[in-house]
Design a protein around this ligand. Structure first.
Ligand SMILES: Cc1cc2nc3c(=O)[nH]c(=O)nc-3n(C[C@H](O)[C@H](O)[C@H](O)COP(=O)(O)O)c2cc1C
Length: 367
C-alpha cells in the first residue's frame, strides 16, 4: 500500500491498523531545537480518543503515546521522530461476520477488491477512523512549531445532523469547543446537536455534519502555486480524513451564486497594514495565504456502520442478503474529527512555513 506519506519538508508517514498491534507515525524534517514532550502530544490525542461520551464509539483506548526517537533532553534533534500508541481494546469478533458481508458505505468491499483479500479487515483495518491517531500525533508537533510564529488553529463542529451553530465568535469557539462533548462553539447548539445524536443512535442510525476551521496569525506568503498551492494541499489532506466528502474555503460554493461586487474582498488600510474588509477568499488568494484568517469548512458523511437492516451481498454464496452492522461505532464522526482537522491543518501549514523560510532548520541556540 503506498500513499501513506504527506508533506515535502515536514513529512508525515502514517502507519497502523485498527486492530493491529499499534498505530503511529514517523515525522521527518522537523527542525532541531523544538521543545517537545509526550504530554504535548498526549493532550491532543486525549481530545480525539473514543469512549469518552455517549456521542462517540464505546471502544475504550488509553491512547498513551510513546515517543521512540528524535527527541533528546526534551528537544527535537532534527532526526526522524517516531511515535506510537498500542491498540488495547480490540474486539475483532464482529468483523468475522463482516468479512463476507461488506458494509454498505464503508471501504470493506473496495479494500478486498484492491488488495486481493490480504487486507486486515478487522475494525476496518487501514480504513478505520483510528488511523487519524497518527495525524493527531504529527499535528501536535506541527502545532508546537507553528506556535513559534504565533499561528493558532481553531476548529469546531459548525453543524451536526442539520443543527447549525450561530451567534458565536472565534473567541467563543476558542473557549468553548473542548468544553462540550460535541465540540460546538456555543452551548445552545451543543445541547441541540447532542440531542440529535442521541436520538439517531437510539434509532440505530448515524449523522453527518460540518467542521469549520479558522487559522489566526498566519503570515502572507505560504503556498507554492500551482500544484502545491495552500488550498490544494489543505484540500488534499482534509479529503484524506476518512468520511470527508467535501471542503470549501471562505464563501466556498456560495461564491457560485454571488456577483463579483459581492464576493470581492475590498482592500483597506488599518494601523498602517493592508487588510481586506471581508474574507470571502478564506485567507487564500492564488493559492497563497494573504494574511487574513484562513477559513474553511469540511463536510463529513454519516458513518456507514449503523444498526439498521440494510441490503448487502454474501461474497461466499454470491447472493443478496441483509446486514445489521455489529460492533462499537461512532453515531457521528464530527466531534472526534475536530482535533483531526486541526492536526491536518497544522501539518500542511508547518510544511509550507518551512518551505517558505518562515521556520529555520534549527530553532534557537543549543544550551
Ligand atoms: C474519527 C473518526 C471515527 C470514525 N468512526 C467510524 C465508525 O465508528 N464507524 C464507521 O462506519 N465509520 C467511521 N469513520 C469513517 C470511516 O472510517 C470511513 O467512512 C470509511 O473508511 C470509508 O471511507 P470514506 O467514507 O472516506 O469513503 C470514522 C472516521 C473518523 C475520522
Amino acid at each position: 500500500m503506498t500513499g501513506n506519506i504527506v508533506g515535502e519538508r515536514f513529512v508525515l508517514v502514517s502507519f497502523g491498523e485498527s486492530h493491529g498491534k499499534c498505530v503511529g507515525c514517523v515525522i521527518d524534517g522537523c527542525p532541531a531545537g523544538l521543545e517537545l514532550s509526550e504530554s504535548d502530544v498526549q493532550k491532543e490525542l486525549d481530545l480525539r480518543k473514543p469512549g469518552q461520551s455517549i456521542v462517540a464509539s464505546q471502544r475504550r483506548e488509553e491512547d498513551r503515546v510513546e515517543i521512540m526517537s528524535g527527541v533528546f533532553n526534551g528537544y527535537t534533534t532534527g532526526s526522524p521522530i517516531m511515535m506510537l500508541v498500542l491498540n488495547a481494546d480490540k474486539d475483532s469478533r464482529p468483523y468475522e461476520l463482516l468479512k463476507n458481508k461488506p458494509r454498505p458505505g464503508h471501504a470493506d468491499l473496495v479494500a478486498l477488491q484492491k488488495y486481493g483479500g490480504f487486507n486486515d479487515y478487522r475494525g476496518g483495518g487501514r480504513f478505520s477512523g483510528r488511523i487519524t491517531v497518527s495525524y493527531v500525533m504529527g499535528g501536535a508537533v506541527a502545532k508546537k512549531l507553528l506556535s513559534t510564529l504565533g499561528i493558532e488553529i481553531i476548529a469546531y463542529s459548525l453543524e451536526i445532523g442539520g443543527v447549525r451553530a450561530s451567534n458565536f465568535s472565534v473567541e467563543m469557539a476558542r473557549e468553548n469547543r473542548y468544553c462540550n462533548e460535541v465540540r460546538a462553539p456555543e452551548q445552545k447548539a451543543a445541547e441541540e446537536m447532542k440531542r440529535k445524536i442521541v436520538q439517531a443512535r437510539g434509532e440505530g442510525d448515524s449523522l453527518g455534519g460540518i467542521v469549520e476551521c479558522v487559522v489566526l496569525n498566519c503570515p502572507a506568503g505560504l503556498g507554492e502555486p500551482v500544484f502545491d498551492s495552500l488550498d490544494s494541499d489543505l484540500a488534499k489532506i482534509a479529503l484524506s480524513i476518512p468520511a470527508v466528502k467535501g471542503i470549501e474555503f471562505g464563501s466556498g460554493f456560495g461564491a457560485a451564486r454571488m456577483k463579483g461586487s459581492e464576493n470581492n474582498d475590498e482592500y483597506s488600510i488599518e494601523g498602517g497594514k493592508i487588510v481586506c474588509k471581508t474574507n470571502n477568499s478564506g485567507g487564500i488568494l492564488g493559492g497563497i495565504s494573504n494574511g487574513m484568517p484562513i477559513l474553511f469548512r469540511v463536510a463529513f458523511k454519516p458513518p456507514a456502520s449503523i444498526a439498521k437492516r440494510q441490503q448487502t451481498v454474501d461474497l461466499e454464496k454470491h447472493e443478496e442478503t441483509e446486514i445489521i452492522v455489529p460492533g462499537r461505532h461512532d453515531p457521528t464522526v464530527v466531534p472526534r474529527a475536530v482535533p483531526v482537522v486541526e492536526a491536518v491543518t497544522a501539518l500542511v501549514l508547518a510544511d509550507h512555513a518551512i518551505r517558505s523560510g518562515f521556520i529555520p532548520p534549527v530553532l534557537g541556540v543549543r544550551r
